[in-house]
Design a binder for this molecule. Structure first.
Ligand SMILES: Nc1ncnc2c1ncn2[C@@H]1O[C@H](COP(=O)(O)OP(=O)(O)OP(=O)(O)O)[C@@H](O)[C@H]1O
Length: 285
C-alpha cells in the first residue's frame, strides 16, 4: 500500500493521523451562503441493493464554493452517493438539490445542462486524438439541434471561447507543450489531468472527481494537486472529490466529509476529521 493511502487495516489509523494534529474538533457544516441556497445538498439518502443497504440516511449540505473531500473505508457508500448526485443512480428515499433545485429524479444529462460534470475511476480520454481535440470535443454542444447541424453541415459548432478555454486549461495542467500530440503519448497521470481538464471545459459549477489520485505516480501527485488548486482558483464552484489517498486529499481539500456504513460520520476541516476518534475507529474497522 502506498504511503498515505487508507484502506481498512491496523496501519490505517497511523497513516490517518500522520502529521496533522487536530485544531478544530467538532467543526460542523458551515452556515448557508449569502443567497440562502445550498450549492449542493444531499438529504437523508437511502439506497438498498437487495439485502445490502449502501446508503442509510446519508446527508450533508455545502453552502460555499470550495474543494471538498469525500472519504471513508471501502464499502462506506461513497460511490453510491456520488452516483446519486450525478444522476447515474436514484435513491430509494431522500433528495438531492443543486442551488436549491430538487434534481433527485433528473437524468445525468439534465444535471449536466445545469452545470454538473464528473470524471470516473477509469480514465476516459480519446488516445488517438490530440490533447486539443480531446478538450474541444468536451466543449461540443450535446443538444439534438447541434447534432443535426453537425450531421448536415459536417461543421463543428463550438461555443465561443472554447479554443481559448482549451489553451488556458492546457496551461493550468502544464500540458501545453503536448497540445498537438496524441493523448496516447501521455503518462497515466497526465491522461487523468487531461480528463479533468476536459470536464472543466464548460466551467462546471459542480465537478465530481472519482479518485483522481488513484494509480498516479507519486511524482505526479503534486502536479495534479497544483492543477486542481489552480483550476479551482480560476473558475470557482464546488469540486467534490472521492479519494482514498489521505495525504493527497487532506492537503488539497478545505473540508472533509467522512462516510461510514452508508451515513456521514464526520464533517469538518481536515485537521478536525483526522483527530476524530470515531473516524479513526471506523478506519480500523
Ligand atoms: N450495484 C450494486 N449491487 C449490489 N451491491 C452494491 C452495488 N453497488 C454498491 N453495492 C454495495 O453497497 C455498499 C457501498 O458501496 P460503494 O461502492 O458505494 O462504497 P464505496 O465507499 O464507494 O467503496 P470503495 O471505496 O470500495 O469504492 C457496498 O457494500 C457495496 O458492495
Amino acid at each position: 500500500m502506498a504511503a498515505g493511502v487508507l484502506r481498512r487495516g491496523a496501519g490505517d489509523a497511523d497513516a490517518f493521523r500522520a502529521g496533522r494534529p487536530g485544531r478544530h474538533p467538532g467543526a460542523r457544516v458551515p452556515a448557508q451562503g449569502s443567497r440562502g441556497l445550498m450549492l449542493l445538498e444531499a438529504r437523508d439518502l437511502t439506497k438498498n441493493f437487495g439485502g445490502v443497504r449502501a446508503l442509510d440516511g446519508a446527508g450533508f449540505a455545502i453552502a460555499e464554493a470550495g474543494i471538498v473531500g469525500l472519504i471513508g473505508p471501502n464499502g462506506a457508500g461513497k460511490t453510491t452517493l456520488f452516483d446519486m448526485i450525478a444522476g447515474r443512480q436514484f435513491p430509494d428515499a431522500g433528495r438531492v438539490t443543486l442551488d436549491g433545485r430538487d434534481v433527485t429524479g433528473l437524468p445525468p444529462e439534465r444535471r449536466a445542462a445545469l452545470g454538473l460534470a464528473r470524471t470516473f475511476q477509469e480514465c476516459r480520454v480519446f488516445p488517438e486524438w490530440t490533447l486539443r481535440e480531446n478538450l474541444l470535443f468536451a466543449a461540443r454542444p450535446r443538444s439534438f439541434a447541434s447534432a443535426l447541424l453537425r450531421a448536415f453541415t459536417r461543421q463543428e459548432a463550438l461555443p465561443g471561447g472554447a479554443a481559448a478555454r482549451a489553451e488556458e486549461l492546457l496551461r493550468l495542467a502544464t500540458l501545453d507543450a503536448y497540445a498537438d500530440a496524441p493523448a496516447s503519448i501521455l503518462s497515466f497521470g497526465q491522461r487523468r489531468m487531461l480528463e479533468i481538464a476536459s470536464a472543466l471545459m464548460t466551467r462546471p459549477r459542480w465537478l465530481l472527481l472519482d479518485e483522481p489520485a488513484a494509480g498516479i505516480n507519486p511524482g505526479l501527485l503534486d502536479a495534479l494537486g497544483r492543477f486542481l488548486r489552480r483550476a479551482h482558483a480560476d473558475q470557482g464552484g464546488l469540486f467534490l472529490i472521492v479519494e482514498h489517498n489521505m495525504e493527497f486529499i487532506m492537503g488539497l481539500a478545505g473540508r472533509i466529509i467522512v462516510m461510514h456504513q452508508g451515513a456521514v460520520l464526520a464533517d469538518g476541516p481536515p485537521e478536525a476529521v483526522q483527530s476524530d476518534e470515531a473516524v479513526i475507529e471506523a478506519y480500523l474497522g
